[in-house]
Design a protein around this ligand. Structure first.
Ligand code: HMG
Ligand code: MG
Length: 306
């Protein structure tokens, strides 16, 4: 198997990254982050979410963020919405793309959405219908596809069932989330082999958190299997406030470095992206977790000393 010629990267730092920050990041910083990201060649930037502000106070300013950014014509800015109220708020903010988010684990579904998996799909049905009627692009997420901190193992059949349900609701793309970053290459290969007879793999994305350092290997394995889209966050920001111990996503620059070095086009300018990561890390007051960013920053410090 080999890597494809071109892939799409969905930058989720402003949403997945910032939803998990201990201190709420100021709105102007979020806007500066998104604007910088949107000048790096990234085509899709998940900008915020319209969930209950009490559940995720860090992103309560979603409407202000969307009003403040300078939209680039060739960049898409999807947002997360859990329900009709969220969609209403997103439409008022002028979005063109939304994502609903289910889980393959019952225990996590209850914690993240206050609902069973079946109840969450019922909640999403009118959201997806209305979004499609309004001409929006709709993505679905399935969380905990490689394991769950509350339930342990997650059967592949459960992942398949929820994924198929999201496509049946009308989602155009489904992103498979290893929310706690425990998956391995073998597990990802097995999961995609099981899904392949039921689902077109090029309509899937993978969303690998990097907790165990497997995010890059798992993402490349998914690309080799036929997936064409991956979610990452600049600087490796992120995590899920409802899944303790989960660290950030695979860092965007780690994936771009690996792909561009292997002749796979991403459209992303690595230097511009690294400058954005360094800027954001200054705003947050801590170094990025990304290996590539750390390596480049160390080299820069060395060059400055000479
Ligand atoms: P609930 O408490 O069950 O809500 O929360 P409800 O439907 O019973 O409504 C209660 C009140 O909340 C009502 O107000 C609603 O209007 C209001 P009242 O009538 O009492 O005055 N309300 C809202 N207000 C503003 N915006 C809304 C909204 N919805 C209801 N959207 C709910 C249910 C789904 C809302 C809640 O559980 C929630 O917001 N959950 C979000 C959790 C979340 O954001 N998790 C992180 C993102 S998922 C993730 O990170 C994983 C991912 O990255 C993939 C991966 O890594 O695997 C995507
Ligand atoms: Mg996530």
């Amino acid at each position: 198997m080999s890597l494809p010629e071109r892939v799409t990267i969905v930058e989720v730092g402003p949403r997945d990254g910032l939803q998990n920050e201990p201190e709420t990041v100021p709105t102007e910083v979020k806007i500066g982050f998104i604007d910088r990201l949107s000048r790096t060649g990234l085509q899709v930037i998940e900008a915020t979410s319209f969930v209950h502000p009490k559940w995720v106070p860090q992103l309560a300013d979603g409407a202000e963020v969307l009003a403040g950014i300078t939209r680039q014509p060739d960049v898409r800015y999807p947002v997360l919405v859990p329900n009709e109220r969220g969609l209403e708020r997103a439409l008022e903010a002028g979005v063109t793309e939304v994502a609903v988010f289910a889980a393959a684990s019952e225990a996590f579904s209850e914690r993240n959405l206050n609902r069973s998996i079946a109840e969450s799909l019922e909640m999403f049905a009118p959201v997806v219908r209305r979004a499609l009627d309004e001409g929006l692009h709709v993505r679905g997420y399935v969380s905990m596809v490689c394991g769950c901190p509350f339930q342990g193992e997650v059967p592949v059949d459960d992942v398949a069932r929820v994924t198929v349900s999201l496509f049946e609701l009308g989602c155009r793309e489904v992103s498979l989330g290893d929310t706690i970053g425990v998956g391995t290459v073998g597990q990802v290969q097995h999961l995609l082999e099981q899904l392949a007879p039921q689902i077109l793999l090029d309509r899937l994305a993978v969303h690998m958190h990097d907790t165990y350092g497997q995010g890059l290997a798992n993402t490349l394995a998914a690309f080799e299997a036929g997936v064409r889209t991956a979610d990452t966050s600049a600087g490796g920001l992120g995590g899920c406030p409802f899944a303790a111990g989960a660290t950030g996503n695979l860092a965007t620059e780690d994936l771009v470095y690996a792909l561009e070095g292997s002749g796979v086009a991403t459209g992303v300018d690595l230097d511009d992206l690294l400058a954005t990561t360094v800027w954001m890390s200054d705003q947050l007051g801590r170094p990025p977790s990304s290996r590539v960013a750390r390596a480049v920053m160390a080299r820069q410090r060395e060059a400055d000393r000479r």
